[in-house]
Design a protein around this ligand. Structure first.
Ligand code: HEM
Length: 450
């Protein structure tokens, strides 16, 4: 028989309320009361789930043979398709991930640097001296365009433009609500599928998929593109098998879904932390921005890869992802048999979440954890189970190197060209939206440095 770790004594509805409206405080309160392994019960299922912020236990979880845990998401099937990397497990997941990994690493990655820098220049070229700019919306545009161009290989063609606008088209709030209910409560689907909102969203998704399949067919015929879709088309697994159209479509949607919001959030926080550093600058004599600019002056402005060798820039990016990681937890790992975790026996079927936010806020790992202090990453090395903004083990984020490169290019390009000021000094608190911890809106006022 399994034995669950200590659990919050609040009624499940109260726990759900706290998780929805005060997510960071809810987790911190539980960690304070029950330690670094605890269980909670939140909606819509109210079944127990275990959260772990003990680095040794996270190391143990990341090292477990993948087949002992089920970690594929059933929600992903409805959202992204049954071939999506996040919807598959075991051997299929291993071999699909192996196929998808090379386009995100090494020389391939380098070839996307120029594209990302061009996108930043285009997005900022309309900025007016002294005008107000909502920075998180600019970062959303940049992160979307970076994936559209490097992953989908979209260009200025009519079809590319149509795909872009269909990918960006937002469902109405009612359609989103209905979709959420249908995903969370499968019995409601029959009724929801009769609604006009459902039909409109479905027609849009069908039009988008039709165009994506046309794009895939064209790229198959050309067979020489350098975008990630073209690389996925030509990749072969150990048995010489290539990806089918449906797999390509589902993976494209997965990369967009997994990469767009997470990167936009990281970019928004990155600039905010750099610009809200007044108190520290007064104490240390040199602000984070001044230190960054001094470091950037050591390399040529067009040497985007040189950015990956700058230690302080790297530390600023890592600290941004530490303090408010967009996903507060990794994907769940569901043991197939009762599973021993630090003296508790987690019953088979109970999801276990490596807790990113809580681990990143442990005083013993990160002294003064609420302070933004990039230097901590220059003073010591953190192990993958101590610092895990991109998760770990067999599920570790596919886009990690891509996202870090993008953060460095965006920050360097903006700081070099613009003197940006926050429009008002204030404290920003992250807010939960879906499963992510978001950066609220804020404005900056750009002044050209030239
Ligand atoms: C700062 C930006 C990003 C953050 C913080 C982030 C974070 C994460 C995390 C925490 C996971 C779950 C890992 C686990 O459970 O162990 C994940 C998975 C994943 N991410 Fe990212 N991610 C980011 C950007 C991207 C980008 C740009 C892409 C691709 C374009 C991407 C593609 C994926 C995919 C495909 C998975 C699923 C991997 C699998 O199932 O094996 N991510 N990411």
């Amino acid at each position: 028989m399994g034995q669950l770790p200590p659990s919050s004594q609040d009624l499940p509805y109260i726990q759900t309320f706290k998780w929805l409206f005060y997510p960071t405080q809810f987790f911190e309160e539980n960690a304070q009361k029950y330690g670094d392994v605890f269980s909670i019960n939140i909606g819509p299922t109210f079944r127990p789930q275990v959260h772990v912020s003990n680095p040794q236990l996270i190391e143990q979880i990341f090292a477990v043979e993948p087949y002992k845990f089920q970690s594929a998401s059933k929600f992903a099937i409805g959202l992204l398709g049954k071939e999506s990397l996040v919807a598959i497990d075991g051997e299929r997941h291993r071999s699909q991930k192996k196929l998808l990994t090379p386009p995100f690493h090494g020389d391939r990655l380098r070839s996307y640097a120029d594209t990302i820098a061009q996108i930043v220049q285009q997005q900022t070229s309309s900025w007016k001296e002294g005008g107000k700019v909502n920075l998180p919306s600019v970062m959303k545009e940049i992160s979307f365009k970076a994936i559209a161009k490097t992953v989908f290989g979209l260009t200025d063609s009519d079809r590319s433009q149509q795909i872009e606008s269909l990918l960006l088209a937002r469902n109405t709030p009612t359609a989103n609500l209905l979709q959420g209910i249908a995903l969370a409560f499968p019995p409601s689907r029959g009724l929801i599928k009769k609604s006009p909102q459902w039909h409109q969203a479905k027609a849009r998704a069908e039009a988008r998929d039709r165009l994506i399949y046309e794009e895939i067919a064209d790229k198959r015929a050309q067979a020489n593109g350098s975008d990630i879709l073209s690389l996925m088309i030509s990749a072969e697994d150990e048995n010489g098998r290539k990806m089918e159209d449906i797999e390509l479509r589902d993976e494209l949607m997965t990369l967009l879904f997994a990469g767009k919001e997470t990167t936009a959030i990281a970019l928004s926080w990155l600039l905010w932390w750099v610009k809200s550093d007044r108190a520290r600058a007064a104490l240390a004599g040199r602000s984070i921005e001044q230190q960054l600019l001094a470091e950037l002056s050591q390399i040529d402005a067009s040497d985007y890869l040189g950015l990956t060798r700058l230690p302080y820039l790297n530390a600023v990016c890592l600290e941004t992802l530490r303090i408010y990681p967009a996903p507060m937890s990794c994907f769940n790992r569901i043991p197939q048999q009762d599973y021993n975790l630090g003296g508790f026996v987690i019953p088979a079927g109970v999801p276990i979440f490596p807790a990113i936010y809580l681990t990143h806020h442990r005083e013993d790992l990160y002294p003064d954890p609420k302070a933004f202090r990039p230097e901590r990453f220059l003073e010591r090395q953190y192990a993958p189970h101590e610092y895990l903004p991109f998760g770990g083990g067999n599920r570790r984020c596919l886009g990690m190197a891509f996202a870090l490169l993008e953060m460095k290019i965006v920050l360097a390009t903006m700081l070099r060209a613009w003197n940006l000021e926050l429009s008002e000094p204030r404290t920003l608190k992250p807010k939960r939206e879906g499963l992510l911890l978001k950066c609220p809106d804020y404005d900056i006022v750009p002044k050209s440095r030239n």
